[in-house]
Design a protein around this ligand. Structure first.
Ligand SMILES: [Fe+2]
Length: 304
């Protein structure tokens, strides 16, 4: 239980690799990486830190999340995690060929209750060449992993059983969002690496992924680039109630959203208490253009 230590990498399918490349480098400040030697030659790999890559984008007929890489400490932890999955009746497979393609030492894959491809791995590759952001951006990663994801799930109960009970993710808090309850779960001191919400009539999908940068000026400069037309702003700058992230949201080239923020809350594991919040933001995080209506202010918000 509780073997996962970080959100290690994300893979996407994309119809427009060139758009991903421009968006990832010129807007977010990531660096194009050398592809792992056994990876598909056409995929785009992006670096955020010393790791060989953090995001992989593979050409495909449709856009969407391809796989989520969850990191564990070492082969013994991976074996324990595999046993936990087997005990819970989840079919998990060790895949050495896939590990080589991802450039990791060892990898076990399975599907979550919605069929999302999960890859548990240890032994990420760190090349000799340092990370150099084309925009001078410093991403907050390290022990905190690359950021977080929010998944729309078909059955919140099934997601809780799988992620909290089987994988041992720790519940940080809950936000009540209209009739919905968003669960936020952590695997390290980052407030959450995974959030999930069951929304009626919303099929299982990636809602957004978040990357955190070192300071507010970096967030502001990226927001300037979005406002200049490099991406569509989907939520204005705001501060989340639960993880305190000061961030904005934009559409990414695969059609889901990306949150770009700073100043995320760090969990003090020994003293943490679960709260339930009635709103996602203290301020901001509005859908652009919808702050006011004829009936007065409205504040549509989407989950943190
Ligand atoms: Fe978020």
């Amino acid at each position: 239980m509780g073997e996962v230590t970080a959100l290690g990498y994300l893979g996407f399918y994309a119809t427009d690799l060139a758009a991903w490349r421009t968006w990832g480098t010129d807007l977010l400040g990531m660096q194009v990486a050398d592809a792992p030697s056994e990876a598909s030659g056409e995929a785009l790999f992006l670096r955020m830190d010393e790791r060989g890559w953090r995001l992989a984008v593979e050409p495909a007929e449709n856009d969407g999340l391809a796989y989520t890489g969850w990191e564990v400490a070492d082969p013994a932890a991976l074996e324990r995690l595999g046993n936990d999955l087997a005990d819970a009746g989840v079919k998990a497979v060790e895949d050495p060929a896939l590990a080589r393609r991802r450039n990791v030492e060892q990898l076990v894959r399975c599907a979550d209750p919605d069929g999302n491809e999960l890859e548990f791995f240890c032994g990420a590759y760190i090349p000799e060449q340092p990370f150099v952001s084309p925009l001078g951006v410093t991403f907050v990663t390290g022990d905190f992993g690359l950021g977080h994801i929010l998944q729309n799930v078909a059955d919140a109960g099934a997601a809780k059983r799988f992620y909290l009970d089987v994988l041992g993710f720790r519940l940080s808090d809950i936000i009540e969002f209209g009739p919905n309850r968003v669960h936020f779960a952590r695997v390290n001191p980052r407030h959450h690496s995974l959030a999930f919400v069951e929304v009626a009539d919303e099929p299982p999908s990636l809602g957004h992924f978040m990357v955190e940068v070192a300071d507010l000026d970096t967030v502001g400069r990226a927001l300037d680039r979005v406002n200049a037309g490099m991406a569509r702003l989907t939520e204005t700058l705001g501060k989340h109630t639960n993880d305190h992230m000061v961030s904005f949201y934009m559409r990414n080239p695969s059609g889901s959203q990306t949150e770009y923020g700073c100043a995320g809350r760090i969990v003090d594991e020994a003293n943490w208490k679960i709260n339930t919040y009635s709103a996602t933001a203290y301020w901001g995080h509005k859908v652009p253009g919808s702050e006011y209506s004829a009936d007065g202010p409205v504040s549509p918000r989407v989950p943190a």
